[in-house]
Design a protein around this ligand. Structure first.
Ligand SMILES: [Zn+2]
Length: 272
């Protein structure tokens, strides 16, 4: 198989850049599969910003939406990648306390096998299935038939953390040596299936300390979610949720406090 490995889709996430530079330097001869690396957004990386004009990771596919630098860059990447690679890995970091995760936007057999294999080799790995998985997504992953997004944290923007570099690189190199032959019992593979986002309530609210920093921990009916400077609390109402991307720096501009998921298994997500 032929892999496209992208780092720096967001210009303020240098961990992925470190990984692709190392891969380039050592070359593809070390691994079973061939690969090519791409700096996602070189101009944004130069200035240390998530993007120059618009988020590159929303610029692909029919739903893609971009302007200026990212409009041009998404067209370039599309030309270089679409139709030429079997598998795409896009390396990201988050300021949230999510640990080592992969996000699935594809539900084809190859992607699912890849996720199961990575979980087997890296037990601490958390598998996230996007609410948009299996449909047209505006992410870089749209450019290949099988794909996953690596998302590791916490790390501040423009900061390199060695443990996250090593963990991200291991996910890539594990997959570059996987023969994709093994089958998995999907009812045994836990995952978080995202359902939507929670915005900050109107007024001056902060994520409650019992939630902040506790990505993937269950929030039950009646549990605290937000707090204001006076100590007033907004509580969660309804079925349990599992928040992620809690207080992510990049989401503040859209007033997003967190995403939330249900905890399930891969067979249920796939309806198998
Ligand atoms: Zn990112």
């Amino acid at each position: 198989m032929n892999f496209a490995i992208i780092g720096g889709t967001h210009g303020n996430e240098p961990v992925g850049i470190e990984v692709i530079r190392d891969l380039e330097q050592k070359g593809p001869s070390l691994y079973t599969h061939e690969f090519k690396t791409f700096v996602g957004n070189p101009k944004a990386f130069e200035i240390g910003k998530r993007y120059v004009n618009s988020d590159l990771n929303r610029a692909f596919g029919e739903l893609g939406n971009s302007s200026g630098n990212e409009s041009k860059r998404s067209e370039e990447l599309d030309k270089e990648i679409r139709g030429k690679f079997d598998f795409l890995m896009d390396l990201h970091t988050t300021t949230s306390n999510m640990g080592i995760t992969i996000i699935l936007t594809h539900l084809d057999e190859t992607t699912i096998k890849a996720a199961c294999y990575l979980k087997e080799k890296n037990p601490e790995l958390v598998i996230i299935v996007s609410s948009r998985a299996g449909t047209d997504c505006p992410y870089t992953t749209n450019m290949a038939p099988s794909a996953l997004t690596v998302e590791v944290g916490p790390v501040a923007n423009n900061v390199v953390k060695a443990d996250l570099v090593f963990s991200s690189r291991k996910l890539v190199t594990d997959l570059l040596d996987f023969d994709f032959k093994k089958s998995y019992n999907l009812s045994q593979i836990n995952c978080f299936h995202t359902q939507g986002i929670l915005s900050y309530p109107e007024g001056k609210w902060m994520v409650h300390p019992e939630v902040d920093g506790h990505d993937f921990r269950e929030v039950k009916n009646g549990d605290s979610l937000f707090i204001n400077i006076n100590g007033d609390i907004v509580r969660h109402e309804g079925e349990s949720i599992f928040p992620l991307f809690i207080n992510e720096a990049a989401y503040q501009e859209n007033n997003t406090a967190m995403e939330y998921a249900v905890k399930t298994t891969l067979d249920k997500v796939l309806n198998r």
